[in-house]
Ligand binder design. Structure first.
Ligand code: AMP
Ligand code: FES
Ligand code: ZN
Length: 321
């Protein structure tokens, strides 16, 4: 198999693109795809500094790597979710990457700032991924605002986008479909633009990019993701892709081109400031702060049931003896 660009021996065959690439040409292909996506959708202006949400996985580190290579001003944001060894390993990878590139990185430990994902899930009877998603969204917004960034980039890739789209279509989640875009403009002055520059690049492409660029990323998946429905959607799409290469890309692209504009986000009332954290919220207290309050309340209840306060009668008995 020969490289489509230079005719050298190819190392990767992209059936969906009817192309094969050698290592240097693939790196070029990947960087050009990202740059083209950013420019075509006006994701990031040349003078804007970008907050990159990095999980330690291949996608977000490959994204950070490309943005640095393209000369964007970047800072990293890593949320330590408190998920045992998985969080410890991913934090290490992100910190090492930031140090090697001499780029600022903000590390936020959820257990210190609020509650860890396992604690939130345990005390609120939510699946960990639901609590995790809610807290990630909050901290992405909060730290982008605090750092004065106008844009936040995440490493969602084509497989993530296609799986999310399939899930939303299967359940006709029209409100979500209305917001399912690779560029989300802020709906409030305290929100920032959210961009997904890898949305057209597959899992395979980001994995090869990270590998060819020598990026050391965390290979283990989050232990909670095994049960996630997203994985079932991804498996289904992969089965379709194996039979019909290009299915995932056309599913997402055609949705964005012809169907997405038909879905309209409900007008709703304007958000107000959360009474606790000040971030925009439709309720007096935002869903993140309600989650934290619920955990704190239940932790207190548990503490009280483990160490019951002496009842007045016991008190009296104790005084008499
Ligand atoms: P996920 O929601 O795990 O599929 O991750 C999607 C994107 O969210 C990643 O590509 C990252 O950009 C970002 N992200 C996920 N986990 C973290 C984390 N712990 N800290 C910072 N960013 C994250
Ligand atoms: Fe959020 Fe696994 S990364 S629960
Ligand atoms: Zn709040």
């Amino acid at each position: 198999m020969k490289c489509t660009r230079c005719r050298a021996s190819a190392e990767i065959n992209l059936r969906s693109h009817h192309a094969a690439f050698c290592r240097p040409c693939f790196i070029l292909h990947f960087q050009r795809q990202v740059e083209r996506t950013i420019k075509r959708l006006d994701m990031i202006a040349p003078d804007e500094s970008v907050l990159v949400a990095v999980s330690g996985g291949k996608d977000s580190l490959a994204l950070w790597d490309v943005l640095i290579a393209q000369g964007y001003q970047t800072s990293g944001l890593y949320l330590d979710l408190g998920i045992g060894q998985y969080s410890a390993h991913s934090r290490e990878k992100v910190e090492r990457f930031a140090t090697a590139h001499n780029i600022p990185l903000r590390v936020v430990t959820l257990a210190e700032e609020a509650v860890s994902v396992p604690t939130a899930a345990q005390f609120t009877n939510r699946v960990p991924c639901a609590a995790c998603g809610l807290m990630k969204r909050h901290f992405f917004d909060q730290y982008a605002l605090e750092g004065g960034f106008k844009v936040l980039a995440t490493g969602h890739n084509l497989d993530d986008e296609a799986a999310r789209l399939l899930g939303n279509v299967l359940h006709w989640q029209t409100e979500y479909l209305a917001r399912e875009k690779p560029v989300l403009q802020p709906t409030h002055p305290r929100f920032v633009r959210k961009v997904r520059p890898l949305y057209r690049l597959s899992d395979l492409e980001t994995a090869f990019s990270a590998f060819f660029r020598g990026i050391d990323y965390v290979v283990d998946e989050c232990p909670n993701s095994a049960k996630a429905t997203q994985l079932t959607y991804k498996d289904t799409l992969n089965a379709l892709e194996a039979k019909m290469p290009g299915t995932k890309l056309s599913f997402v692209q055609e949705f964005l081109r012809s169907a997405q504009p038909l879905f309209v986000a409900p007008d709703g009332s304007a958000p107000r400031d959360c009474e606790v954290c000040g971030m925009p919220s439709f309720a007096p207290v935002c869903s993140f702060c309600r989650l934290v309050q619920e955990v704190e309340r239940k932790q207190e209840q548990r503490q009280t049931s483990l160490n019951p306060q002496p009842t007045p009668s016991t008190d009296a008995a104790a005084l008499e003896s």
